[in-house]
Design a protein around this ligand. Structure first.
Ligand SMILES: Nc1ncnc2c1ncn2[C@@H]1O[C@H](COP(=O)(O)OP(=O)(O)OP(=O)(O)O)[C@@H](O)[C@H]1O
Ligand SMILES: [Mg+2]
Length: 451
């Protein structure tokens, strides 16, 4: 076969488009999050005892009806959010049920970044976003900075995003105002326009700024802006300024205890409150250290670096860390900015429990960077593939056999522990103890293994 690269890529791209049509159809037909949760699982999410929740359900006419599957009563995500609002209505501490931002409190912007590919950035970011919704009822904004659109895939299907987005959908490049207009080299979109870029998903209160192929334009546009150096904007402030503009126009107003009227949740008010602001922004990065990603870092209050523990990985990580540090110092020498003033951390991922080298790597890291490295981490699991095959997180995946269920449940326990550890660092006092329980078990097993 002869030909040239242009021909090859043209044919391949045509074939891939047809393949994607099939994938898209599958995603569009499917309703996102069909799964439901039992009363016991809801009680755990709400951090109350099952006895308390059952009693509360019986005493409140507006408690969601749920649905009976066999003898068990199960609830949807929307019903879980409804429970939160109802509980908050009469609670002494309403923020226990809806951990919403109070007026005037800062907006965490949490970045999941590393230069290396395949370190579970997207998986970690997606599971963290969904965990905050499931366990705290937080309103989360997920921003996809990667043209590969991995985290977008976790949320496609459902209300705001029925199919894979294309160039007509606004992405982070639009949000950051990087495209030139007829009369300006960049756009400072107003808060309302920026808000319209955040698309609703099937997760109540969770909105997505999706990515697609055009997201890779971000780098080209910034390179252009560096060259043109327009007055009034430094090349690293595009996302930061946009987020601040959005934030100032969308402050928290509704309090969690204002959602119940005459013993029932005012559903209009709840819907409105779920989109009035965000309690946390999460950014999933492309595996690269580019000027576009640098803009994301400058916009962040926290940086989480998911990192695998194989042979060259620490060397690669070291390159990323020194590279980023160099860029940051350069910027800070020109402008005093508050960057990453929240918690920052290194998160080991895809760790093989039985692999000596992995464990050695972690214990070395913990010894030399005791506060920087999370002692709770993601273990490698084969069952995650079952969920990824259908573009789902383990939180929404429903295994169809007991064998699969066991593996998925183990991974959920692991994800809960990691997420609880991150919550403990970002919002001290809000943690639930899953991280400590996981460490007790993991490090105790380790002792037993050694003896
Ligand atoms: N704990 C785990 N056990 C087994 N496989 C995992 C685990 N975590 C992630 N994976 C798999 O590793 C692959 C990469 O994960 P993911 O896409 O989250 O990484 P990433 O860092 O975002 O990649 P990229 O650099 O391309 O953006 C995926 O196939 C994912 O399912
Ligand atoms: Mg990714």
């Amino acid at each position: 076969m002869s030909g040239n690269l242009e021909q090859f890529l043209t044919d391949l791209s045509r074939g891939l488009e047809r393949t994607m049509v099939a994938v898209n159809k599958e995603l569009t037909l499917r309703h996102r999050i069909q799964r439901t949760w039992s009363m016991r699982q809801c009680a755990r999410f709400l951090n109350v005892s099952i006895q308390y929740l059952t009693k509360f359900a019986n005493a409140n006419d507006d408690f969601p009806a749920g649905e009976y599957v066999g003898r068990e009563r199960v609830f949807t995500l929307n019903e879980l959010m409804h429970m939160r609002a109802l509980l908050a209505g009469s609670a002494k501490r309403p923020y226990d049920y809806l951990a919403w931002r109070k007026p005037g409190s800062p907006l965490p912007v949490v970045s999941f970044a590393s230069q290396k590919g395949g370190t579970a950035k997207s998986l970690t970011a997606a599971h963290f976003a969904q965990y905050l919704s499931l366990h705290y009822g937080m309103r989360v904004g997920v921003m996809d900075a990667d043209p590969q659109s991995t985290i977008t895939l976790y949320f496609v299907g459902g209300e705001g995003l029925p199919a894979m987005p294309d160039e007509n959908t606004a992405s982070m490049v639009d949000f950051a105002g990087l495209f030139a207009t007829e009369d300006a080299p960049f756009s400072d979109h107003d808060a309302e326009t920026l808000d319209s870029f955040l698309l609703k998903t099937s997760w109540p209160g969770l909105r997505l700024l999706p990515a697609h192929g055009e997201t890779s334009e971000g780098e080209i546009q910034i390179a252009r802006l560096v060259r043109e150096a327009p007055a009034g904007k430094s090349f690293y402030r595009y996302l930061r300024d946009a987020i601040e503009r959005w934030r100032d126009g969308h402050t928290p107003k509704t309090r969690p205890n204002e959602l119940v009227v005459d013993g029932a949740v005012d559903t209009n008010k709840l819907d409105q409150a779920l989109t009035e602001t965000l309690d946390c922004i999460i950014i999933d990065y492309q595996p690269a250290l580019t000027l576009f990603q640098l803009n994301n870092v400058i916009a962040s209050t926290s940086l989480i670096i998911p990192q695998t523990m194989k042979g060259f990985d620490i060397a690669t990580l070291s390159t990323f860390v020194t590279g980023l540090l160099g860029m940051l110092q350069h910027i800070l020498s020109h402008e005093r900015l508050d960057i990453g003033s929240g918690a920052n951390m290194l998160l080991p991922t895809i760790v093989q429990r039985n692999n000596e080298q992995d464990l050695k790597q972690i214990s070395n890291l913990l010894e030399h960077c005791p506060t920087e490295v999370l002692p709770v981490f993601y273990l490698r699991s084969d069952s995650i593939a079952n969920a990824s095959d259908v573009y789902q997180s383990v939180y929404e995946y429903e295994p169809d056999t007991p064998g699969k269920r066991k593996g998925i449940n183990r991974f959920i326990a692991n994800a809960d522990a990691v997420n609880d550890a991150i919550v403990g660092r970002l919002w001290p006092g809000l943690e639930r103890g899953y991280a400590n329980a996981w460490m007790d078990e993991f490090y105790e097993d380790d002792e037993v293994d050694k003896s």
